[in-house]
Design a protein around this ligand. Structure first.
Ligand code: NAD
Length: 278
């Protein structure tokens, strides 16, 4: 029977540890401050921003909310980032993506001071990860590593397969598994015979962005399966990239959706905020 990896419980554990750390910092007269910028009022983005604010409150991080109208120009947003970069009392800056079409996302990401880049999207942060130097790590893949470690799953020497090569999940995920001494394969939309590749995996990380695409025939008996995907199905029910019902009986451990990777992303964002003052 597969072990269910409980992302809700593990993320709570991390947030509680961070809350203690923030209290210690406060006792030394130091405060952690995150600035969150939202442009426009996309409902999904508003939910994400709201959840980030709630997590900050729980941990004791001061959050500053900047809500800018949909028609904000690139220049106005860059000016705000410059101002926040220059403020000594702001430790982390997060720009909620996606941005409206008139704004170049890459330009915005590059403008954030890498020392405040708590999302870990700045090319300097990504480069540091690539060559094993300290820097902020993208929150979702960092959360996956925590799920594995805190569930007692050894990564070193294991065959790890990542499906997906996006800049925010697949690529940093592969680099992190490599840092943990896994033997890493990255599969993607041009991979030939995906099943043959995924069936080698002791640890399979799925970030393919296709609801329930990964079924039992992609899985080696006893594998650990981490499902990064998040979708609403035809009945408006949340589901992942993995067909949980058929895959679960084949694996040794698996993350559910919801309650797996999802809660870890915010926990790791909070972790990056605390690290920004250390
Ligand atoms: P993306 O669309 O940017 O990337 C998907 C990747 O899958 C691409 O690299 C592509 O090459 C690969 N792919 C597509 N079709 C394929 C196929 N048939 N076979 C093999 N590979 C294929 O997506 P993303 O931003 O990396 O996100 C992936 C999933 O994770 C999405 O469902 C997204 O909603 C979810 N997500 C969840 C969180 C979270 O906090 N839980 C965070 C980010 C993303």
């Amino acid at each position: 029977m597969a072990v269910l990896i409980d992302g809700k419980a593990i993320s709570k554990q991390i947030k509680d540890e961070l809350r203690d750390k923030v209290a210690e910092l406060k006792a030394q007269g130091r405060e952690v401050t995150l600035a969150v910028i939202q442009v426009g009022n996309d409902p999904a983005s508003s939910v994400y921003v709201g959840n980030k604010k709630k997590a900050c409150e729980y941990i004791g991080i001061r959050s500053l909310a900047y809500e800018m109208p949909e028609e904000t120009s690139e220049e106005e947003l860059l000016q705000l980032i410059d101002e926040l970069n220059g403020r000594a009392d702001v430790n982390g800056i997060l720009v909620q993506l996606p941005l409206p079409g008139q704004i170049d996302e890459d330009k915005v990401i590059r403008r954030i001071d890498p020392a405040k880049d708590v999302d870990g999207f700045h090319p300097q942060s990504v480069g540091a990860l690539c060559i094993g130097q300290p820097g902020f790590v993208s929150c979702t893949p960092a959360g996956v590593i925590q799920l594995l470690k805190r569930s007692g799953i050894e990564i070193a020497g294991k065959e790890c397969v990542v499906i997906g090569r996006s800049n925010i999940v697949g690529k940093p995920m592969a680099l992190l598994l490599l840092r943990e001494n896994g033997t890493v394969t990255v599969a993607h939309s041009r991979t030939k015979d995906l099943k043959e590749v995924t069936k080698r995996a002791d640890i399979l990380i799925v970030a393919v962005g296709k609801p329930r695409m990964i079924t039992a025939e992609y899985i080696k008996e006893g594998a650990v399966v981490i499902d990064v995907g998040i979708h609403r199905d035809e009945n408006n029910k949340l589901c992942g990239d993995v067909d949980f019902e058929t895959v679960m009986p084949r694996c040794s451990a698996i993350t559910p959706v919801p309650g797996g990777v999802g809660p870890m992303t915010i926990a790791m964002l909070m972790n990056n905020c605390v690290e920004s003052v250390l």
